[in-house]
Design a protein around this ligand. Structure first.
Ligand code: SAM
Length: 212
């Protein structure tokens, strides 16, 4: 997907106290950076940051790290954070495929929110639930693995159910229409989700776990 480029986005985000400029320096040391032993949850492709900021506000005893490839996308998040004081939130401008250079076995939950679906077979490896990503996540999860995925894309959802179950994840909850689920699922909307919700599109949801 093409995103609007913002001039000097790299400089704008680098001024934010939330941005971790040399994240590899903190590998195996994130709890020292946060100054506590609380769980660390990450969102891959956080975009403009609505979800991760609201999650950090709602859950001060959980640490959050928003990961995003495109600096222009992060400008809005940095702007939203300018008047907030959230010691439990950090942002990293990086490619998710390098996660193991930044984290040791330190992560509790990974959020995959409206990730690019990469519908062409040739791009399958870029999907965040491709087996190569599931293997990558093994390197950064603590003992238990926990993935929460939300998407409007039926193809990506079906694909993810398949790859996760082939990789021995089990599903705590699955919904084909998150916002109209019979038993409500606690939820904070992302920027993309708000748009799709207003258009009346169903949101697919899964909560997958692997406990040894
Ligand atoms: C469709 S947007 C969703 C943004 C946000 N999660 C939401 O729901 O509003 C997908 C985001 O993932 C980011 N992204 C795509 N590939 C990535 C990668 N390999 N590493 C990190 N971020 C990535 C894109 O730049 C984009 O901001």
């Amino acid at each position: 997907m093409e995103y609007n480029k913002i001039k000097n986005a790299d400089k704008i985000i680098s001024k934010s106290p939330y941005l971790i400029v040399n994240p590899t320096n903190y590998k195996n040391k994130w709890k020292e950076l946060f100054g506590n032993n609380n769980p660390i949850n990450i969102e891959l492709g956080m975009g403009r940051g609505e979800f991760i900021i609201k999650m950090a506000q709602a859950n001060p005893k959980i640490n959050y790290i928003g990961i995003e490839l495109v600096d222009s996308q992060m400008v809005k998040a940095v702007d939203r954070l300018s008047n907030l004081n959230l010691p439990n939130l950090k942002l990293i401008n990086m490619d998710a495929r390098d996660l193991d250079q930044v984290f040791g076995k330190e992560i509790d939950t990974i959020y995959l929110t409206f990730s690019e679906p990469w519908p062409k077979k040739i791009d399958e490896k870029k999907r965040f639930t491709h087996i190569s990503y599931l293997k990558l996540y093994d390197k950064i999860f603590k003992k238990h693995k926990h993935i929460i995925l939300k998407t409007d894309n039926k193809g990506l959802f079906a694909y993810s159910l398949e790859t996760l179950s082939q990789y021995w994840y089990t599903f705590e909850r699955v919904s084909l229409d998150l916002h109209h689920n019979e038993i409500p699922i606690p939820n904070i909307m992302t920027d993309f989700e708000k748009r799709y919700y207003e258009e009346g599109r169903p949101i697919y949801y899964l909560d997958a776990r692997f406990d040894e």
